[in-house]
Ligand binder design. Structure first.
Ligand code: ADP
Ligand code: MG
Length: 321
Protein backbone atom coordinates (compact mmCIF):
# COMPACT_ATOMS: atom_id res chain seq x y z
CA UNK A 1 0.00 0.00 0.00
CA UNK A 2 1.23 3.52 -0.74
CA UNK A 3 0.19 4.74 2.71
CA UNK A 4 1.97 2.60 5.29
CA UNK A 5 -0.40 0.26 7.12
CA UNK A 6 0.17 1.99 10.45
CA UNK A 7 -0.34 5.47 8.94
CA UNK A 8 -3.55 4.27 7.36
CA UNK A 9 -4.88 2.85 10.65
CA UNK A 10 -3.90 5.96 12.64
CA UNK A 11 -5.37 8.32 10.09
CA UNK A 12 -8.67 6.66 9.32
CA UNK A 13 -9.54 4.32 12.16
CA UNK A 14 -7.98 5.45 15.45
CA UNK A 15 -10.74 7.99 16.14
CA UNK A 16 -13.41 6.65 13.85
CA UNK A 17 -16.19 5.54 16.24
CA UNK A 18 -17.55 6.79 19.56
CA UNK A 19 -15.33 7.44 22.59
CA UNK A 20 -16.35 5.16 25.46
CA UNK A 21 -15.13 5.05 29.03
CA UNK A 22 -15.27 1.26 29.07
CA UNK A 23 -12.46 1.10 26.46
CA UNK A 24 -9.23 0.95 28.47
CA UNK A 25 -7.08 0.33 25.42
CA UNK A 26 -8.38 0.70 21.87
CA UNK A 27 -6.75 0.80 18.41
CA UNK A 28 -2.93 0.66 18.50
CA UNK A 29 -1.79 -2.22 20.66
CA UNK A 30 -1.84 -5.95 19.92
CA UNK A 31 -5.40 -6.24 21.23
CA UNK A 32 -8.04 -4.07 22.88
CA UNK A 33 -8.81 -4.02 26.62
CA UNK A 34 -12.50 -3.58 27.40
CA UNK A 35 -14.28 -3.22 30.73
CA UNK A 36 -17.25 -5.59 30.88
CA UNK A 37 -20.35 -4.26 32.65
CA UNK A 38 -20.68 -6.34 35.84
CA UNK A 39 -23.72 -8.60 35.73
CA UNK A 40 -24.34 -8.13 32.00
CA UNK A 41 -24.25 -10.86 29.38
CA UNK A 42 -21.84 -10.21 26.50
CA UNK A 43 -23.48 -10.54 23.06
CA UNK A 44 -21.18 -11.13 20.06
CA UNK A 45 -21.76 -11.21 16.32
CA UNK A 46 -19.84 -10.91 13.05
CA UNK A 47 -20.78 -10.43 9.42
CA UNK A 48 -18.71 -10.23 6.24
CA UNK A 49 -19.49 -8.18 3.14
CA UNK A 50 -17.78 -9.29 -0.08
CA UNK A 51 -17.76 -6.86 -3.03
CA UNK A 52 -19.79 -8.32 -5.88
CA UNK A 53 -21.63 -10.73 -3.55
CA UNK A 54 -23.20 -8.52 -0.86
CA UNK A 55 -23.08 -5.22 -2.72
CA UNK A 56 -22.24 -4.09 -6.27
CA UNK A 57 -18.52 -3.13 -6.36
CA UNK A 58 -19.26 0.45 -7.48
CA UNK A 59 -21.40 1.31 -4.42
CA UNK A 60 -20.20 4.56 -2.75
CA UNK A 61 -17.55 3.91 -0.08
CA UNK A 62 -19.57 5.70 2.63
CA UNK A 63 -22.44 3.29 2.00
CA UNK A 64 -20.10 0.28 2.31
CA UNK A 65 -18.80 1.59 5.65
CA UNK A 66 -22.33 2.25 6.89
CA UNK A 67 -23.61 -1.10 5.72
CA UNK A 68 -20.77 -3.16 7.21
CA UNK A 69 -21.67 -1.86 10.66
CA UNK A 70 -25.45 -1.70 10.06
CA UNK A 71 -25.79 -5.42 9.31
CA UNK A 72 -24.07 -6.24 12.60
CA UNK A 73 -26.11 -3.66 14.55
CA UNK A 74 -29.19 -5.35 13.12
CA UNK A 75 -28.05 -8.72 14.51
CA UNK A 76 -27.64 -7.24 18.00
CA UNK A 77 -31.01 -5.46 17.65
CA UNK A 78 -32.61 -8.84 16.94
CA UNK A 79 -31.14 -10.11 20.24
CA UNK A 80 -32.47 -7.12 22.16
CA UNK A 81 -28.87 -6.13 22.96
CA UNK A 82 -27.20 -2.74 23.28
CA UNK A 83 -24.09 -2.46 21.08
CA UNK A 84 -20.78 -1.23 22.52
CA UNK A 85 -17.58 -2.26 20.71
CA UNK A 86 -16.65 -3.06 17.11
CA UNK A 87 -13.64 -4.62 15.36
CA UNK A 88 -13.07 -4.05 11.66
CA UNK A 89 -11.17 -6.43 9.37
CA UNK A 90 -10.67 -4.65 6.07
CA UNK A 91 -9.26 -6.23 2.91
CA UNK A 92 -8.55 -3.66 0.19
CA UNK A 93 -7.22 -3.92 -3.37
CA UNK A 94 -5.38 -0.62 -2.79
CA UNK A 95 -5.14 2.11 -0.16
CA UNK A 96 -6.97 4.92 -1.90
CA UNK A 97 -7.25 7.98 0.33
CA UNK A 98 -10.53 9.31 -1.04
CA UNK A 99 -12.18 5.89 -0.76
CA UNK A 100 -10.88 5.38 2.80
CA UNK A 101 -12.00 8.85 3.88
CA UNK A 102 -15.55 8.17 2.71
CA UNK A 103 -15.61 4.62 4.05
CA UNK A 104 -14.45 5.76 7.50
CA UNK A 105 -16.98 8.63 7.44
CA UNK A 106 -19.87 6.24 6.70
CA UNK A 107 -18.74 3.74 9.33
CA UNK A 108 -17.93 6.42 11.92
CA UNK A 109 -21.20 8.33 11.55
CA UNK A 110 -23.29 5.22 12.27
CA UNK A 111 -20.93 4.07 15.04
CA UNK A 112 -21.18 7.39 16.87
CA UNK A 113 -24.98 7.45 16.43
CA UNK A 114 -25.13 4.16 18.36
CA UNK A 115 -22.28 4.93 20.78
CA UNK A 116 -20.14 2.15 19.34
CA UNK A 117 -16.36 2.42 19.77
CA UNK A 118 -14.08 0.99 17.07
CA UNK A 119 -11.52 -0.77 19.25
CA UNK A 120 -9.41 -2.73 16.76
CA UNK A 121 -9.24 -4.66 13.55
CA UNK A 122 -6.96 -5.81 10.80
CA UNK A 123 -5.97 -4.33 7.44
CA UNK A 124 -4.81 -6.47 4.53
CA UNK A 125 -4.51 -6.28 0.77
CA UNK A 126 -6.76 -8.33 -1.50
CA UNK A 127 -10.23 -8.29 -3.10
CA UNK A 128 -12.52 -5.78 -1.32
CA UNK A 129 -13.98 -7.54 1.72
CA UNK A 130 -15.21 -5.98 4.96
CA UNK A 131 -15.75 -7.97 8.15
CA UNK A 132 -17.08 -6.34 11.29
CA UNK A 133 -17.34 -7.96 14.68
CA UNK A 134 -19.72 -6.29 17.10
CA UNK A 135 -19.97 -6.81 20.85
CA UNK A 136 -22.73 -5.58 23.11
CA UNK A 137 -24.61 -6.22 26.34
CA UNK A 138 -27.92 -7.56 27.50
CA UNK A 139 -29.25 -8.13 31.04
CA UNK A 140 -28.64 -11.82 31.88
CA UNK A 141 -31.32 -14.14 30.54
CA UNK A 142 -33.20 -11.31 28.83
CA UNK A 143 -31.88 -11.65 25.26
CA UNK A 144 -34.41 -12.18 22.48
CA UNK A 145 -33.87 -15.37 20.50
CA UNK A 146 -35.42 -17.06 17.48
CA UNK A 147 -36.68 -19.98 19.50
CA UNK A 148 -39.22 -18.56 21.97
CA UNK A 149 -42.28 -18.38 19.68
CA UNK A 150 -45.46 -20.33 20.52
CA UNK A 151 -48.58 -21.17 18.48
CA UNK A 152 -51.03 -18.26 18.62
CA UNK A 153 -48.33 -15.56 18.93
CA UNK A 154 -48.90 -12.55 16.73
CA UNK A 155 -46.18 -11.92 14.15
CA UNK A 156 -44.99 -8.37 13.46
CA UNK A 157 -42.45 -6.73 11.16
CA UNK A 158 -40.89 -3.28 11.49
CA UNK A 159 -40.56 -0.75 8.68
CA UNK A 160 -41.39 -1.39 5.04
CA UNK A 161 -39.65 -4.51 3.70
CA UNK A 162 -38.99 -4.73 -0.04
CA UNK A 163 -37.67 -1.18 -0.41
CA UNK A 164 -34.04 -2.30 -0.21
CA UNK A 165 -34.59 -5.09 -2.74
CA UNK A 166 -35.96 -2.54 -5.19
CA UNK A 167 -33.06 -0.21 -4.37
CA UNK A 168 -30.57 -2.97 -5.21
CA UNK A 169 -32.36 -3.67 -8.50
CA UNK A 170 -32.14 0.05 -9.35
CA UNK A 171 -28.45 0.09 -8.38
CA UNK A 172 -27.83 -2.88 -10.69
CA UNK A 173 -29.83 -1.39 -13.56
CA UNK A 174 -32.47 -4.17 -13.39
CA UNK A 175 -35.29 -1.82 -12.41
CA UNK A 176 -36.18 1.58 -13.84
CA UNK A 177 -38.22 3.29 -11.10
CA UNK A 178 -39.92 6.68 -11.52
CA UNK A 179 -37.55 9.55 -10.72
CA UNK A 180 -39.83 10.63 -7.86
CA UNK A 181 -39.18 7.41 -5.89
CA UNK A 182 -35.86 6.00 -7.17
CA UNK A 183 -33.62 8.04 -4.78
CA UNK A 184 -35.67 6.92 -1.75
CA UNK A 185 -35.48 3.23 -2.76
CA UNK A 186 -31.76 3.43 -3.58
CA UNK A 187 -31.04 4.97 -0.21
CA UNK A 188 -33.02 2.24 1.55
CA UNK A 189 -30.56 -0.26 0.02
CA UNK A 190 -27.41 1.82 0.48
CA UNK A 191 -28.06 3.07 4.01
CA UNK A 192 -30.15 0.50 5.91
CA UNK A 193 -31.50 1.61 9.30
CA UNK A 194 -30.85 -1.05 11.95
CA UNK A 195 -33.69 -1.10 14.52
CA UNK A 196 -31.48 -1.02 17.59
CA UNK A 197 -33.77 1.00 19.87
CA UNK A 198 -36.80 -1.11 18.94
CA UNK A 199 -34.90 -4.35 19.61
CA UNK A 200 -33.91 -3.19 23.08
CA UNK A 201 -37.43 -2.04 23.89
CA UNK A 202 -38.91 -5.34 22.66
CA UNK A 203 -37.28 -7.21 25.55
CA UNK A 204 -40.17 -8.21 27.74
CA UNK A 205 -42.69 -8.05 24.88
CA UNK A 206 -41.35 -10.21 22.05
CA UNK A 207 -41.09 -13.95 22.68
CA UNK A 208 -38.99 -14.52 19.57
CA UNK A 209 -37.17 -12.18 17.20
CA UNK A 210 -35.01 -12.34 14.06
CA UNK A 211 -33.68 -9.66 11.76
CA UNK A 212 -34.79 -9.76 8.14
CA UNK A 213 -31.65 -9.93 6.02
CA UNK A 214 -32.23 -12.74 3.51
CA UNK A 215 -35.91 -12.17 2.69
CA UNK A 216 -38.92 -11.88 5.01
CA UNK A 217 -40.53 -15.22 4.17
CA UNK A 218 -37.30 -17.21 4.48
CA UNK A 219 -36.33 -15.48 7.72
CA UNK A 220 -39.84 -15.97 9.13
CA UNK A 221 -39.50 -19.68 8.34
CA UNK A 222 -36.19 -19.70 10.29
CA UNK A 223 -37.89 -18.16 13.33
CA UNK A 224 -40.76 -20.63 13.10
CA UNK A 225 -38.51 -23.63 12.73
CA UNK A 226 -36.26 -22.51 15.64
CA UNK A 227 -39.43 -22.13 17.74
CA UNK A 228 -40.74 -25.54 16.66
CA UNK A 229 -43.88 -24.00 15.14
CA UNK A 230 -45.26 -22.93 11.76
CA UNK A 231 -46.62 -19.59 10.65
CA UNK A 232 -49.13 -17.90 8.43
CA UNK A 233 -48.55 -14.51 6.83
CA UNK A 234 -51.42 -12.50 5.37
CA UNK A 235 -50.33 -11.09 1.99
CA UNK A 236 -52.71 -8.12 2.25
CA UNK A 237 -51.25 -7.13 5.64
CA UNK A 238 -47.65 -6.78 4.42
CA UNK A 239 -46.62 -3.16 5.00
CA UNK A 240 -45.13 -1.70 1.83
CA UNK A 241 -44.04 1.86 1.27
CA UNK A 242 -45.94 4.26 -0.95
CA UNK A 243 -42.72 4.59 -2.97
CA UNK A 244 -42.41 0.83 -3.57
CA UNK A 245 -46.04 0.61 -4.67
CA UNK A 246 -45.48 3.53 -7.02
CA UNK A 247 -42.48 1.74 -8.54
CA UNK A 248 -43.97 -1.75 -8.86
CA UNK A 249 -47.70 -1.78 -8.13
CA UNK A 250 -49.21 -3.25 -4.97
CA UNK A 251 -48.94 -6.98 -5.75
CA UNK A 252 -45.34 -6.95 -6.98
CA UNK A 253 -44.40 -4.68 -4.06
CA UNK A 254 -45.73 -7.23 -1.56
CA UNK A 255 -44.06 -10.11 -3.41
CA UNK A 256 -40.76 -8.25 -3.20
CA UNK A 257 -41.40 -7.51 0.48
CA UNK A 258 -41.62 -11.29 1.06
CA UNK A 259 -38.66 -12.41 -1.01
CA UNK A 260 -36.07 -9.62 -1.38
CA UNK A 261 -33.24 -9.34 1.12
CA UNK A 262 -31.24 -6.50 2.67
CA UNK A 263 -34.14 -5.02 4.68
CA UNK A 264 -32.56 -5.22 8.17
CA UNK A 265 -35.97 -4.91 9.76
CA UNK A 266 -37.06 -6.85 12.86
CA UNK A 267 -39.56 -9.70 12.66
CA UNK A 268 -40.96 -10.64 16.07
CA UNK A 269 -43.59 -12.79 17.75
CA UNK A 270 -45.70 -11.53 20.65
CA UNK A 271 -47.84 -13.50 23.11
CA UNK A 272 -51.45 -12.23 22.62
CA UNK A 273 -51.54 -11.57 26.38
CA UNK A 274 -48.72 -9.00 25.96
CA UNK A 275 -50.14 -7.17 22.96
CA UNK A 276 -52.03 -4.53 24.98
CA UNK A 277 -48.83 -3.73 26.90
CA UNK A 278 -46.80 -3.60 23.71
CA UNK A 279 -49.22 -1.19 22.08
CA UNK A 280 -49.25 1.01 25.18
CA UNK A 281 -45.46 1.06 25.69
CA UNK A 282 -44.42 1.11 22.03
CA UNK A 283 -47.25 2.59 19.95
CA UNK A 284 -47.07 1.03 16.49
CA UNK A 285 -47.56 4.41 14.79
CA UNK A 286 -44.51 5.81 16.59
CA UNK A 287 -42.28 2.70 16.40
CA UNK A 288 -43.35 1.76 12.89
CA UNK A 289 -44.25 -1.94 12.99
CA UNK A 290 -47.24 -3.92 11.70
CA UNK A 291 -48.86 -7.26 12.39
CA UNK A 292 -48.47 -9.51 9.34
CA UNK A 293 -49.53 -12.91 10.60
CA UNK A 294 -49.58 -15.49 13.39
CA UNK A 295 -47.57 -18.47 14.56
CA UNK A 296 -49.44 -21.77 14.46
CA UNK A 297 -48.87 -25.35 15.52
CA UNK A 298 -48.83 -26.83 11.99
CA UNK A 299 -45.27 -26.67 10.60
CA UNK A 300 -44.31 -24.67 7.51
CA UNK A 301 -44.49 -21.01 6.49
CA UNK A 302 -47.49 -20.14 4.35
CA UNK A 303 -48.74 -16.92 2.83
CA UNK A 304 -52.47 -16.55 2.40
CA UNK A 305 -54.57 -14.21 0.36
CA UNK A 306 -58.36 -14.14 0.57
CA UNK A 307 -58.36 -17.55 2.28
CA UNK A 308 -56.15 -19.36 -0.27
CA UNK A 309 -52.49 -20.29 0.06
CA UNK A 310 -50.04 -18.57 -2.32
CA UNK A 311 -47.05 -20.40 -3.78
CA UNK A 312 -43.59 -18.86 -3.65
CA UNK A 313 -40.75 -20.36 -5.65
CA UNK A 314 -38.07 -18.26 -4.00
CA UNK A 315 -38.06 -17.52 -0.31
CA UNK A 316 -34.78 -15.80 0.34
CA UNK A 317 -31.31 -15.52 -1.02
CA UNK A 318 -29.27 -18.74 -0.81
CA UNK A 319 -25.48 -18.46 -0.92
CA UNK A 320 -24.80 -22.11 -1.72
CA UNK A 321 -27.99 -23.10 -3.53
P1 ADP B 1 -0.82 -6.75 14.58
O1 ADP B 1 0.24 -6.96 13.54
O2 ADP B 1 -0.34 -6.84 15.98
O3 ADP B 1 -2.07 -7.53 14.31
P2 ADP B 1 -1.81 -4.48 13.18
O4 ADP B 1 -0.74 -3.68 12.51
O5 ADP B 1 -2.63 -5.42 12.36
O6 ADP B 1 -1.20 -5.21 14.44
O7 ADP B 1 -2.81 -3.47 13.89
C1 ADP B 1 -2.32 -2.46 14.72
C2 ADP B 1 -3.44 -1.94 15.55
O8 ADP B 1 -4.41 -1.34 14.70
C3 ADP B 1 -4.18 -2.99 16.34
O9 ADP B 1 -4.62 -2.39 17.56
C4 ADP B 1 -5.37 -3.33 15.48
O10 ADP B 1 -6.45 -3.78 16.27
C5 ADP B 1 -5.67 -1.99 14.85
N1 ADP B 1 -6.26 -2.08 13.51
C6 ADP B 1 -5.74 -2.63 12.39
N2 ADP B 1 -6.54 -2.48 11.32
C7 ADP B 1 -7.62 -1.81 11.77
C8 ADP B 1 -8.83 -1.35 11.16
N3 ADP B 1 -9.10 -1.55 9.87
N4 ADP B 1 -9.73 -0.72 11.96
C9 ADP B 1 -9.49 -0.54 13.27
N5 ADP B 1 -8.38 -0.92 13.89
C10 ADP B 1 -7.45 -1.56 13.16
MG1 MG C 1 -3.05 -7.39 12.35
Amino acid sequence: MTLSESDLIARFFRNCGAQRRDVTLGVGDDAALLECTPGAQLVATTDTLVAGVHFPPAVPAAAIGHRALAVNLSDLAAMGARPAWALLALTLPEAEEQWLTEFAAGFGRLARAHEVALVGGDTTRGPLTVTVQLLGHVPPGRALTRSGGRPGDLLYVSGSPGDAGAGLAIEQGRLAAPAAVAPYLRERFLLPTPRVALGERLRGYARACIDVSDGLLGDAAKLASASGVGLEISFADLPVSRELVQALGGDAARELALTAGDDYELLFAVDPARVAGLERELPASQWNYHQIGVLRAAPGAVVTRGGTVMEFSHSGYQHFA
